[in-house]
Design a protein around this ligand. Structure first.
Ligand code: COA
Length: 319
């Protein structure tokens, strides 16, 4: 079974913070409503002139540095995003150019909504053994502020901008269990294509909530079954950060203490494909991830898509 080892992670977020009180100046809402319904207290929005490329490159450079690798070591570059700077070339190609990745390192984007980083991990696990070098650069993230209608209080309070990255290598001996799925369904969460103005994101919040609770607990149980593990043997659950109440309900359904679920939604809101790699990077930085621990990442989002990965964290061998 081909799995991945995460060798280094990185993240980059705009420094401009928008609080709930700031949003209450734009739409009819308030801090109490937003915190109690979502758990979000603030989020980052990129300034005009800032680009997804710059955050993606910054996150990627940190991940490379922590992995102790150089751009010329990378054999595959994938970026999960729904808010690329250009329709074409792909966002990953813009990163490829900025980092001077080798020409025999293919780069392409994945559009799987908030599940994007899990789709990227699974794609890398499958493709890396066929690439010229055994290391992949995986990036997930968005500038969702570019497609969110700041006059729509049902969406503008939820989303934020940010990017996470990981440098991974393929391994045959490390345990790696994963599952991806799609329930093709446009109208619950969608944004129009190029040429359609305005290009705002549309969402039926309650349907997304329902979808998450229908799929995520089941997915977690399936991953545990695949691995032959009990839910209590998992050291950290790393859920997509969409709404604290969704995480709470998933934890309750799985009968797992909420303290085992890593959460940072209060600070960043939902950065879509960015949430899981940003969380992993914060966890690594805080020393929460140690060799031998079982980690379960769980995602869901537009598509509708869902996906999860259960793996054992491995400390990087010192060079
Ligand atoms: N501030 C104040 N009131 C608001 C509001 C806001 N920002 N947004 C909506 N409301 C109002 C609604 O208009 C509605 O008013 P009404 O009862 O007078 O019609 C009321 O609050 C309840 O709205 P409802 O949509 O039922 O709230 P909710 O409890 O479902 O919470 C979400 C809304 C969006 C927070 C919630 O559905 C959610 O988080 N869903 C998941 C979304 C998600 O995760 N998306 C990304 C997936 S990857």
């Amino acid at each position: 079974m081909n799995g991945l080892q995460i060798l280094g992670t990185g993240r980059a977020l705009p420094d401009h913070i928008t609080t709930n009180d700031d949003l209450a100046k734009l739409v009819e809402t308030n801090d109490e409503w937003i915190v109690s319904r979502t758990g979000i207290r603030e989020r980052r929005f990129a300034r005009e002139g800032e680009s997804l490329t710059q955050f993606a490159v910054e996150a990627a450079q940190k991940a490379l540095e922590r992995a102790g690798l150089a751009p010329e070591d990378i054999g595959l570059c994938l970026m999960a995003t729904v808010t690329p700077d250009c329709i074409t070339p792909a966002q990953s190609c813009l990163v490829h150019q900025a980092l001077h990745l080798p020409e025999d390192c293919p780069a392409f984007d994945l559009s799987a909504g908030c599940t994007g980083f899990l789709y990227a991990m699974e794609t890398a696990a499958a493709l890396l053994p066929r690439m010229s070098r055994p290391y992949a650069l995986l990036i997930g993230g968005e500038l969702l502020s570019r497609i969110v209608d700041m006059s729509d209080r049902s969406t503008c309070i939820l989303f934020g901008d940010g990017v996470g990255a990981a440098v991974v290598k393929t391994t045959e001996d490390a345990p790696w269990f994963s599952k991806l799925g799609t329930r093709g369904e446009k109208d619950i969460l969608w944004a129009p294509g190029p040429g359609n103005h305005p290009a705002w994101l549309h969402m039926s919040g309650q349907d997304v909530f329902k979808f998450a609770l229908e799929t995520v607990p089941k997915l977690a149980r399936e991953l545990l079954d695949q691995a032959g593990l009990d839910k209590d043997q998992v050291d950290w659950y790393v859920p997509h950060q969409a709404n604290h109440r969704i995480v709470e309900s998933v934890a309750k359904r799985l009968k797992v203490p909420l303290s085992k679920f890593y959460e940072n939604i209060a600070l960043y809101g939902n950065t879509s494909a960015g949430t899981i790699p940003i969380a992993l990077d914060e966890m690594a930085e805080q020393g929460l991830l140690r060799g031998g621990q079982w980690i379960m990442c769980l995602g869901f989002g537009a598509g509708l898509t869902w996906g999860g990965a259960l793996f054992q964290w491995q400390d990087k061998e010192e060079k």
